[in-house]
Design a protein around this ligand. Structure first.
Ligand code: 2PG
Length: 229
């Protein structure tokens, strides 16, 4: 019998709270974010959805959320795979900027396009600038993008899902993916067949497990929030 997929967006991050464009920049989770992660784990335990295999990004906020949730449901021991392809979309030259100040400078409409256009990437990050991560050892051997649209994010998340995660679901594993607003949009778009136009409006809440079950042909059923199950 095919397995179950649980998607969790990391708990509130320091820059979610500070309202700064984050992308690939590595920030921690706030106390509230930690509590959200533990609550996600408690929900998994209470509902009896116990992960057997975990996937996460190379970013601390997703890794930490995963660990806190797994600890809460007694599953810290399961195998775990970290991959850059589950990272948040790269915010390019906007990384580190205050979202409100950027609205005041460039206008509401432009900022909305940068945040929620399907295929228009934000301006590229300058090589050697404060938030350039191309020299970060965790990305050794990886071509760190200069900026990503949601479309470009999908182009690396989806093949990874199909190669690494889907086969494990087909084998019957209960897979938890702890990731980010846009890498999870990429997965939800695919699994729930959401159009390019509609996916950008879908807001994925922090620390709230989303569940998909699959039929024998590996077709995903309706997604639901575990809290509503
Ligand atoms: O800053 C970011 O990296 C993301 C997620 O927090 O923001 P946005 O909501 O603009 O996609």
């Amino acid at each position: 019998m095919p397995g179950t997929l649980v998607l969790v967006r990391h708990g509130q991050s320091e820059w979610n709270l500070a309202n700064r464009f984050t992308g690939w920049w590595d920030v921690g989770v706030t106390e509230k974010g930690e509590a959200e992660a533990r609550a996600a784990g408690k929900l998994l335990k209470d509902k009896g959805v116990l992960p057997t295999l975990a996937f996460t990004s190379l970013q601390t906020r997703a890794i930490k959320t995963l660990h806190l949730a797994l600890e809460e449901c007694g599953r810290l021991w399961i195998p775990e795979v970290k991959d850059w392809r589950l990272n948040e979309r790269h915010y390019g030259g906007l990384t580190g900027l205050d979202k409100q100040q950027t609205r005041e400078k460039h206008g509401e409409e432009q900022v909305h396009i940068w945040r929620r256009s399907f295929d228009e990437p934000p301006p590229p990050i300058e090589t050697g600038s404060e938030f350039d991560l191309s020299g970060d050892p965790r990305y050794a051997g990886i071509a760190v993008p200069a900026a990503e649209s949601l479309k470009l994010t999908i182009e690396r998340v989806l093949p990874y899902y199909q190669e690494a995660i889907e086969p494990k679901l087909a084998e019957g594993e209960t897979v938890i993916v702890s990731a980010h607003g846009n890498s999870l949009r990429a997965l939800v778009k695919h699994l729930s067949s959401i159009s390019d136009d509609d996916i950008t409006d879908l807001e994925i809440p922090t620390g709230q497990p989303i569940v998909y079950e699959f039929d024998a042909d590996m077709r995903a059923g309706e997604r639901y929030y575990l809290k509503d199950a």
